[in-house]
Design a protein around this ligand. Structure first.
Ligand code: EPZ
Length: 449
């Protein structure tokens, strides 16, 4: 018996839904206050860093997202004790790790599982870890991570999709020189170096705020690690590290995403617990486009102009390693530029295939020309209209929600599970801002169309 076609009801659906979709009715200016959650790309590395000691580590302001749950499961499979000690609180104790094997299942679900290479090698001297492989935004190789471990004295062989790594005795300090900036490569090198024997220099070291949050935590554990120049990190290895407590920094990508939500719907939103100091380049882009942005100590007030009103100015933007425009905010910026008057050009410099989602925006009426896999041209302002959409990855998914909120009419977005990987309670946060959004099972959405 088919379920009755349920009318839209803009209420939060707490239970998990298999093969879920977002249903959105756009056109509502978002208004109100939203609290920014802890940073996903800090949480995953901090949890991995906790394996550097047998003592208990406590983390606060951890986002309740799928990737954190996957990392917790991966650690538990190693024999690490991971307690979900309360909302946004995790405790990790890596007393006796039974297995030193990170399987393909973990790597396939989350590339960041590769951040376990450095700490497990440093503490236990050996690990077998799956090559995480590429995903929808590019090939995502890990050669620079492997080179960094070898610079610290590790022996690593690659066989049948797995890296077999060992450190005869202890890792030893050394010079890690990357050909280009790599965020997790920097973090893996650091996590290997803090227990190595001797001095390590890492350059060019990534400058992302999440890297500095990791440095803060490692120092609380007793590590001797310091950023001695904007793109140089130096480490003096120690024999042991102790447990520590840490509160995560806020998620700058989530904050930027909600800022664009206010801008593209012509609303007024106040972000609380917002990391203004970590959003410099992005806030400059919003201001150049003509979005009214005001920063407080840890708040950002965003006032938007009505969609397609022509109030926004076209801009040329290019992503870059921090402190440049974050590649994870490239898609939200493109959505905003569809509402800007004139021609904008966007250059994605970090990943080789991170503009694929623009075809979904084109189906909503956006005038976007893909010049090649890293360049696109946008003409605006263009009124967007609701459509049936498909999400490929985390950040593109969040951006299609932004477009659907700004669009006239109804949208259905398949692949909502990607979004839950990295945005805590995203539909509840949007509902509280007045958005007409709900999560339904795919078959329910299919009936309604
Ligand atoms: C981190 O990925 C983030 N992920 C990404 O966020 C973010 O987009 C990226 O940094 C860039 O800022 C986490 O922190 C978990 P990279 P990471 O090494 O470290 C190439 C999100 O949605 N490269 O800085 O994997 C690579 O292919 C994610 O939260 C190699 O060639 O990125 C890319 O072109 C998406 N060999 C460039 O370097 C390597 O060994 C920069 O990648 C490593 C990277």
């Amino acid at each position: 018996m088919t379920q009755p076609v349920r009318p839209f009801h803009w209420e939060f659906t707490p239970e998990p839904i298999e093969r879920e979709v977002f249903r959105i009715e756009g056109g509502v200016p978002l208004r109100g206050t939203v609290a920014v959650s802890g940073a996903k790309n800090a949480a995953l590395k901090l949890m991995a860093a906790a394996t550097l000691t047998g003592e208990r580590c406590r983390f606060d302001n951890v986002p309740e997202i799928e990737d954190v749950r996957v990392m917790a499961g991966t650690l538990r499979d190693l024999g690490v004790v991971v307690d979900h000690a309360g909302p946004n609180r995790y405790e990790v104790a890596s007393g006796d790790v039974e297995w030193l094997f990170v399987p393909l299942e973990a790597a396939a679900r989350m590339r960041a599982s590769f951040i376990l290479l450095g700490p497990l090698l440093a503490r236990f001297g050996r690990v077998i870890i799956s090559n995480p492989g590429g995903d929808r935004i590019g090939r995502r190789p890990v050669n620079l991570h492997v080179d960094a471990m070898r610079a610290l004295g590790a022996e690593i062989e690659y066989r049948n999709g797995y890296y077999f790594a060992r450190a005869p005795g202890r890792l030893r300090g050394g010079d890690v020189v990357f050909p280009a900036v790599t965020v997790m490569g920097t973090e893996n090198a650091m996590l290997g170096a803090v227990l190595a024997d001797g001095h390590t220099t890492i350059r060019p070291a990534a400058r992302e705020p999440e890297v500095d949050d990791l440095i803060d935590f490692l120092r609380k554990m007793g590590a001797q690690v310091e950023r001695t120049a904007p793109d140089i990190i130096e480490v003096e290895g120690v024999r042991r590290l102790r447990g520590a407590d840490h509160r995560l920094i806020p998620d700058r990508i989530e904050a930027g995403t909600f800022a664009v939500a206010a801008a593209v719907t012509g609303g007024g939103v106040r972000l609380e617990g917002a990391p203004c100091e970590n959003l410099g380049a992005f806030l400059e882009v919003l201001t150049a486009i003509g979005v009214d942005v005001a920063c407080g100590r840890d708040t950002i007030e965003v006032r938007g102009a009505p969609p397609a009103s022509g109030a926004y100015r076209a801009c040329d933007v290019a992503t870059a390693p921090y402190p440049g425009l974050a590649t994870d905010l490239q898609a939200p910026t493109v959505v905003l530029l569809t509402q800007a008057a004139g021609e904008s050009r966007v250059h994605e410099t970090i990943f080789e295939d991170r503009l694929e989602y623009t075809s979904e925006l084109a189906r909503m009426g956006a005038r976007i020309e893909l010049l090649d896999s890293t360049h696109c041209r946008i003409h605006g302002p263009t009124p967007l209209r609701g459509a049936e959409l498909e999400v490929g990855d985390l950040r593109a998914g969040a951006s299609l929600i932004l477009a659907a909120l700004a669009a006239d009419g109804r949208s259905t977005i398949r692949g909502a599970h990607h979004v839950h990987r990295g945005y805590e309670n995203i539909e509840r946060k949007f509902l509280e801002l007045g958005a007409r959004i709900e999560r339904v099972a795919e078959e329910v959405a299919a009936q309604a169309t």
